[in-house]
Design a binder for this molecule. Structure first.
Ligand code: ADP
Ligand code: ADP
Length: 233
């Protein structure tokens, strides 16, 4: 996914200032920087979530397989399907079972019956959650622990087979053990997806990211291989 000279605004606030960055397939890119530097805003621009915020607008090009996701005739639903998002606070659909949380997006895509069961199992396995939940698929998603809920949200996101998975500080609401599980999972997920993760945590970037981009006041000030950034010269 290729971001080319993107600017984003909330009314008069210039939140992203001409940023260009390439997110490579099968790599994890971390975006790091102080609060308010525009990390979440850029993440939202990548699947057009900013369009849900009154007064927010973005300009520039974001290419996914040569298609500009802001281009004429590109519908937002197909963009959100191709570019999934995992949020900071685990947010399973509160009234739905574990199974239905993962099935929800698939249902919209017309998946049914045996296919549905297989796809749900595959997604829960992909999120490293199957063994923990296979005997209670009908119980509420919000009955799981925080770490399990976050992995359920990851299962829900990958169920529709996106190309890119965006993660907005996915571990900052989790305890250290749950954090390590999600970080392990991120390593596995990059075999299949392009991963973009916003984090406040340098150690986390060092653990999970192939490349790390630093942001300051809406500018991207550096983007390099993580091992080069964190190794001492
Ligand atoms: P973070 O640093 O993790 O992005 P913040 O505390 O800065 O979290 O923001 C939390 C939420 O409030 C975000 O969804 C952000 O978009 C929103 N927000 C941040 N600044 C403003 C603002 N000036 N006006 C309205 N909403 C804001
Ligand atoms: P970060 O994720 O790095 O903490 P944000 O992308 O949340 O930064 O914020 C970038 C800038 O945009 C900040 O100046 C913030 O106050 C502003 N901002 C973020 N969300 C909103 C919003 N919903 N409404 C107005 N301003 C916002």
């Amino acid at each position: 996914m290729s971001v080319r000279d993107v600017n984003a605004y909330y009314g008069d606030t210039h939140a992203i200032k001409g940023v260009s960055i390439e997110y490579k397939a099968n790599e994890v890119t971390a975006m790091i920087g102080p609060s308010g530097c525009g990390k979440s805003t850029l993440l939202r621009c990548l699947n057009r979530m900013h369009e849900e915020i009154p007064g927010a607008r973005a300009e520039g090009q974001i290419l996914l397989d040569d298609t500009d996701i802001y281009g004429p005739g590109v519908d937002v639903v197909s963009v959100r399907r191709a570019v999934g998002m995992v949020f900071q606070k685990p947010n399973p659909f509160p009234t739905m079972s574990i199974f239905d949380n993962v099935a929800a997006g698939l249902k919209l895509n017309g998946v049914k019956g045996v296919d549905m069961k297989e796809r749900v199992e595959k997604s829960l396995r992909g999120a490293g959650l199957w063994d923990e939940v296979k005997d209670r698929l009908s119980s509420p998603g919000i009955g799981l622990s925080g770490g399990q809920q976050q992995r359920l949200c990851i299962a829900r996101t990958i169920a529709v087979e996106p190309r890119v998975v965006l993660m907005d500080e996915p571990c900052s609401a989790l305890d250290p053990i749950a954090t390590l599980k999600v970080e392990d999972l991120i390593h596995d997920l990059k075999q299949e997806y392009t991963i973009v993760i916003v984090t406040h945590n340098m150690q986390q970037a060092a653990r999970v990211a192939d490349t790390t981009a630093f942001f300051l006041l809406g500018d991207m000030v550096e983007h390099a291989k993580t091992e080069d950034i964190f190794s001492n010269p």
